[in-house]
Ligand binder design. Structure first.
Ligand code: AMP
Length: 368
């Protein structure tokens, strides 16, 4: 089967690494050079809205998916007219705009933090007085890894926040004093069957994921069931096919939805070494119309992102329980250039190994 992927970053690379053993061949549409997929499949090097390149890209493909959700609507829709595209373009639209997304959550009874749509300074003033401070102002589109966000800690911050972000459509959210951040990754096949990985705990620094622990400690069956019901409802409503991730805040034993990613997700990277079937293989299985593989965890995992600079690889590889995944990207401050999965049967041992690995990280590593 010939699979086309819009985007040629590390997620595309890892999809191909998991899909090639299933007999899939991969072609990527990617504007940047070099790219992490260069050594792993064919690359059509062009912008996402280049009509001639889209023609060349889709020629001979059986199915198209993506690893990057900010593909222009027109391109996703054009492809969807001539070839099967999964997840469906409606999922891109759902996730792309934070106000749409929150309205969608609301329709499905998925709880969210209090929020307001902000299109003017007046809206922002009103929102801050209604929601109180602290509050988080976010761009509705193109925000990721904490970019396009401003935390207001007093009413005096309104002017500065507006100056910073006011040129784009915005949402204002009440600041959630969460106990921890969790996420769930689910997969839905073409026949509508679903499977879910266990809830994981995520640690962010400066809005960027640095660490995932899987499964999250002390998750009740009720909490896992609630998370599965939320992500299941989202997938069902979009007639989704493939892997979807839902980021959540845990507050007082309940869950609030933060955002969805209509693709494989950084908080699912642990599954490469810590689950029966990894998120990348399950996404490819869904594309190929194969049954979904078991999503059960094998022991305990910690995933550590490598940001900006690499630790000494010999010392990393010398650590038992450790699996290194590099993306073939040049180190640059804050850039995601790889991750390490630590997997074993004993949570304490996994956690101690992760701490020893973190001690090897050079001082310049971490979010920019
Ligand atoms: P996002 O880009 O929405 O995923 O936000 C990045 C990170 O900022 C999240 O993972 C949280 O750590 C933090 N954050 C975002 N929204 C809120 C909020 N409403 N309250 C508290 N922290 C937040």
């Amino acid at each position: 089967m010939n699979i086309g992927i819009l985007g040629g970053g590390q997620l595309g690379r890892m999809l191909a690494l998991a899909g090639v053993p299933l007999g899939a061949r991969f072609r990527f549409l990617e504007p940047r050079s070099p790219a992490p997929v260069d050594s792993i499949g064919q690359v059509v090097r062009a912008e996402y809205d280049d009509a001639a390149a889209l023609e060349r890209f889709r020629e001979g493909l059986d199915v198209v998916s993506y690893e990057f959700e900010n593909v222009p609507d027109a391109s996703a829709r054009y492809l969807a007219e001539v070839i099967e595209v999964f997840p469906p373009p409606a999922a891109l639209e759902f996730a792309r705009d934070r106000a749409n997304e929150k309205r969608g959550f609301g329709r499905l009874d998925v709880p969210v933090p209090p929020w307001r749509s902000v299109d003017s300074l007046e809206d922002l003033r009103r929102g801050v007085s209604e929601l109180g401070v602290p509050a988080v102002l976010k761009t509705r589109r193109l925000g990721y890894d904490g970019k396009g966000q401003f935390v207001l800690t007093s009413h005096d911050d309104v002017a500065r926040a507006w100056e910073d972000l006011g040129s784009s459509p915005l949402v204002l959210e009440g600041f959630v004093d969460f106990d921890r951040e969790l996420s769930i990754v689910g997969v839905r096949a073409r026949d509508g069957s679903t499977a879910f990985y266990p809830l994981v705990e995520n640690t962010h620094r400066s809005g960027v994921l640095v660490r995932t622990e899987a499964p999250a400690e002390g998750v009740s069956a009720g909490l896992q069931a609630a998370a599965e019901a939320y992500i299941g409802a989202i997938m069902e409503s979009l007639d989704y096919v493939g892997v979807l991730a839902l980021e959540l805040f845990e507050v007082d034993g309940g869950l609030l939805a933060n955002e969805v990613a209509p693709r494989v997700h950084n908080s699912g990277h642990w599954t490469q070494d810590g689950a029966d079937t990894c998120q990348f293989e399950n996404h490819v299985r869904a594309l190929m119309n194969l049954p979904i593989g078991s999503t059960a965890a094998r022991g305990y995992s910690v995933m550590l992102n490598l940001l900006g600079a690499l630790p000494p690889l010999g010392a990393v590889a010398a650590e038992p329980l450790t699996h290194l995944h590099l993306y073939d990207k040049a180190p640059r401050p804050g850039r995601k250039i790889g991750h390490i999965n630590v997997v074993g049967p004993d949570r304490a041992e996994v956690s101690q190994t992760a701490a020893r690995l973190e001690a090897l990280f050079p001082p310049e590593s971490g979010p920019a």
